[in-house]
Design a protein around this ligand. Structure first.
Ligand code: FES
Length: 176
């Protein structure tokens, strides 16, 4: 597949570049634009970002692989990151993970055949007071999970409905 940025993407990239005295700091936001556009930043997409920013491919690859938030391969439409770190584990994080494995018919790290869901087991997402919790596609948090709540989430997403996400106080995260 040949990846190309749209005209709008390129305009946005030019704006981002103009904010910095040199081009390297634009790597992070331009990788986000690429991930939003293509759903991932696999090696081909990383090459496109490097070419667009006129930076070495090794630099872009280094940045993309440093952050787990960048998907280095194709994922499902929704990526469910289930936290099983200490607080979540003690509050039933593994029950939620295993429930979702059964519900979706996949193991952690896999994507459903219809391409709708990828299920991951992740480390602490900084919302331990709301354990057990999961994150949907690098964005919304679903807190105080129960299997029922996990099921409702999956069913809503399947129907293309935006579930009601609880707002929590996370001053360091722009989306909460
Ligand atoms: S242990 Fe799950 S959010 Fe911190």
């Amino acid at each position: 597949m040949v990846y190309e940025f749209t005209k709008e993407d390129l305009n946005e990239i030019e704006k981002i570049k103009s904010r910095y005295p040199e081009v390297k700091p634009a790597t992070l936001p331009v990788l986000w634009i690429a991930q939003n556009r293509f759903g991932h930043v696999d090696p081909e997409v990383q090459r496109l970002v490097a070419k667009t920013l006129e930076l070495p491919e090794a630099h872009v690859h280094g940045v993309a692989t440093f952050y787990t938030q960048y998907y280095k391969e194709k994922k499902g439409k929704y990526v469910l990151d289930v936290c099983t770190c200490l607080s979540c584990q003690l509050c039933g994080g593994y029950d939620i993970l295993h429930y979702l494995e059964e519900k979706l018919g996949i193991k952690k790290g896999e994507t459903t055949e219809d391409g709708m869901f990828t299920l991951n087991e992740v480390e602490c997402l900084g919302a331990c007071g709301y354990a057990p919790m999961l994150q949907v596609t690098n964005d919304k948090y679903v807190n105080n999970l129960t299997p029922e709540k996990a099921e409702n989430l999956v069913e809503s997403l399947k129907k293309g409905e935006e579930p009601e996400y609880e707002k929590i106080e996370m001053p360091l995260r722009k989306n909460n």
